[in-house]
Design a protein around this ligand. Structure first.
Ligand code: B16
Ligand code: MG
Length: 218
């Protein structure tokens, strides 16, 4: 196995913004007269803003016109941005900076592959913008995970093949996307949700590249 690059998802891998998405979507749902659970929220991980809204409205049995949906999505994003604009470097998940530093020292290329249109803002807030050679986010791809497009654009921009790349993902649909694109997939979270990845880690604490390579070797 010849690994030349790593592509990182953002929400749930580099930072825990899923909690802010949940608070903002829940506020919107509550204003529409219904609620949804953390279990349902799990299904929104890695899913684009509009696809998330459609799922939530479906769960609440609520129908809205396209214009109304645009307004709801914009309102949710405003609430969400109130949280992310307060983020600082201390919200980077444990072990992530150390792992990125190791990759840099070993000459492994680093990209971000996120569904979020707010990825650039978040990366700047936590001061990681210099770490990523390539940033592919919700503004420059059109097909949502589980489509592999976001990771393919990342590997193409770095000039590496999918089989030379490891994707780190916390969402089941993100792991699906990586596998569909023939990338190596490392799930970040629990084997219950991410058992289809080549290797599952609870997080980056005490992790090094050698450990990842040893465990994804098939
Ligand atoms: P935004 P990721 C995804 O980011 C989130 O997991 C998902 O919950 C969110 O709906 C999506 O980004 C779009 O985010 O509304 O900021 O454009 O996990 O792919 O980094
Ligand atoms: Mg994610």
């Amino acid at each position: 196995m010849m690994i030349k690059a790593c592509i990182f998802d953002l929400d749930g891998v580099i930072v825990d913004t899923a909690k802010y998405h949940f608070i903002a979507w829940r506020r919107m749902a509550n204003e529409l007269g219904f609620d949804f659970t953390e279990e349902e929220n799990e299904k929104l991980k890695g899913v684009s803003r509009m696809d998330s809204l459609n799922l939530i409205l479906q769960w609440g049995g609520v129908e809205r016109t396209n214009d109304e949906k645009q307004a709801l999505a914009a309102q949710k994003n405003e609430w969400y941005r109130e949280y992310i604009l307060k983020m600082q470097s201390d919200e980077i998940l444990e072990g992530v900076e150390h792992f990125l530093e190791e990759l840099k020292n070993k000459g492994i290329r680093i990209a971000l592959g996120s569904s979020s249109k707010n990825a650039g803002t978040i990366i700047k807030q936590v001061r990681l913008e210099d770490r990523f050679e390539v940033i592919i986010d919700g503004n420059n791809h059109t097909r949502s995970k589980p489509d592999p497009q976001v990771f393919e654009l990342g590997s193409e921009a770095m000039g590496v093949k999918p089989e030379e790349c490891i994707v780190f993902e916390d969402a089941s649909k993100g792991v699906d996307a990586a596998l569909a694109g023939r990338f190596w997939a490392v799930g970040v979270g629990s084997p219950e949700n991410l058992g289809h990845a080549h290797y599952v880690i609870p997080g980056f604490k005490d992790l090094d590249l050698e450990k990842v390579l040893t465990n994804i070797k098939q």
